[in-house]
Design a protein around this ligand. Structure first.
Ligand SMILES: [Zn+2]
Length: 462
């Protein structure tokens, strides 16, 4: 097995991608840049699969086919960081680390060693629009499965501030939840607010609906199941003095079990029918429910995951820990289903070096305007003031009765070294020392809390 290596220009590539973010299906510049870089590295690049998606194939030998998926898209967030490589695009930024994943995907070239020594057949799948859960589906519709050999293993990773730098984390079996996105729309003639009795009030309808949707998990889902029903967006554009003529309510559902998912969808349908026909709010057929996207849960093939975790610890100066499944989601699950390939998805810690595993305050996390440096602009407080869990809930760690109580995070918001993150993703250059064995044991889960495997995989071959 050859050593990993890192080209000196890789951090600059990441910073360049971070400066110029693009939203889903608009990632033309990013796709072009990566296509040029990968072509120079010897990959055969095919662009335009699923809109802005691309695949890059390196086929130097008879080894197994290893596919690595990374995402191209950024988020509609306004940057709030003083990083020298901050987004230069107003209202758009790589707050989810997809630029980091793409930079690391390029590092797939290094998995086989320096040029001329690669032993594997490596495929990079760079997909658009992961944030909307639609990019992987679009690539599949556009012939991705027929365009490349079937991967013997499909790998994907996501940066996470819930683990410190130097820690990788994954789950054998079910790793991430399924996600459904629905939109309720309603229309009415509108009218003047001075005559409320002259027609239905769509804002009141949306407010009542939102309240009742938030009772679905608490009242209809068995308490031993895990699920989330949230209303991330509600729009009812109007003018002062006018009742809104239209409203839309976005609903997002996260589940692990299909029976729970079906139960929630049924319940939402009944609540919507009840609210749409409530006295004074009868809209009839002007209320519609659309199912915008459906992403299955992410399943890690246990024996492949265990091998990979062991390999990470052997080849890199990191720890690879076992963590419970998360209610996040990722449409890489559609790729794994389409290829019918064993798959592994893991998290790469970007939290403060030496920190603990577990949720952190929004100001410290991904999906925030200060990612990835954690360094806000001077107008922001220098420390995180949000309530944070200092570690996993106490049932998962013997360390911390104090972990039961959220307290001020107080984390320094100084820069996490982006250069170091990049190095961790694809090199064995000198890094921080591994967390101690003691730390790893503290975070080990007791057997009864180990995640369930929904689709048992074959046992590990010799
Ligand atoms: Zn993401």
């Amino acid at each position: 097995m050859t050593d990993l290596w890192l080209p000196h220009w890789a951090p600059a590539l990441y910073e360049s991608l971070h400066r110029t973010p693009e939203l889903g299906f608009q990632e033309h510049r990013m796709a072009k840049t990566l296509a040029e870089v990968l072509s120079r590295e010897g990959f055969a690049v095919t662009r335009g699969i699923g809109g802005t998606g691309l695949v890059a194939v390196l086929d130097p030998g008879p080894g197994p086919v290893v596919a690595v998926r990374a995402e191209l898209d950024a988020l509609p967030l306004q940057k709030h960081t003083e990083a020298a490589f901050a987004s230069e695009v107003e209202g758009v930024m790589h707050a989810c680390g997809h630029d980091l994943h793409c930079g690391a995907g390029r590092g797939g070239r290094t998995a086989g060693g320096p040029p001329g020594t690669a032993e594997r057949h490596i495929i990079l799948i760079l997909q658009p629009a992961e944030e909307t859960g639609s990019g992987a589906a679009r690539m599949i519709e556009d012939g991705l499965v027929e365009a490349i050999p079937r991967p013997d293993v499909l790998l994907s990773q996501h940066v996470s501030a819930m683990a410190p730098v130097g820690v990788l984390a994954s789950t054998p079996g079910t790793a991430l939840a399924a996600a459904d996105t629905l939109t309720v729309t309603a229309h009415a003639p509108g009218g003047h607010t001075s005559s409320p009795n002259s027609g239905p009030d769509l804002v009141l309808f949306a407010a009542n609906l939102t309240q009742r949707l938030h009772t679905v998990v608490s009242r209809d889902v068995p308490p031993f199941e895990q699920a989330v029903v949230s209303v991330p967006a509600l729009e009812a554009p109007s003018a002062p003095g006018l009742r809104a003529p239209g409203v839309s309510v976005r609903v997002n559902i996260r589940t692990f079990e299909e029976r729970v998912q079906a139960q929630i969808l049924d319940r939402i349908d009944s609540i919507l029918r009840a609210e749409a026909t409530a006295p004074g709010l009868a809209f009839g057929k002007d209320v519609r429910l659309t199912h915008d996207s459906r992403v299955p849960r992410v399943e890690n093939t246990p024996w492949v995951r265990d091998r990979l975790a062991a390999l990470h610890e052997k080849r890199l100066p990191v720890r690879h820990l076992t963590v419970p499944p998360a209610l996040a989601s990722d449409d890489v699950s559609l790729l794994a289903q389409a290829f019918k390939s064993p798959a592994v998805y893991w998290f790469v810690g970007s939290g403060e070096p030496g920190g603990r595993l577990g949720p952190v305050g929004p100001a410290c996390a991904t999906l925030t305007p200060t990612f990835p440096t954690g360094r806000p602009s001077p107008s922001r407080p220098p420390r995180c003031e949000r309530p944070c869990w200092p570690g996993w809930p106490a049932t998962w760690t013997p360390t911390a009765p104090h972990a039961r109580k959220p307290k001020r995070c107080g984390r320094s918001l100084r820069a996490y070294s982006t250069r170091r993150l990049t190095l961790i993703l694809h090199s064995n250059h000198r890094l921080d020392p591994k967390p101690s064995d003691t730390d790893a044991k503290l975070h080990a889960l007791p057997p009864h809390l180990m995640p369930k495997t929904h689709n048992p995989s074959p046992t590990m071959p010799p």
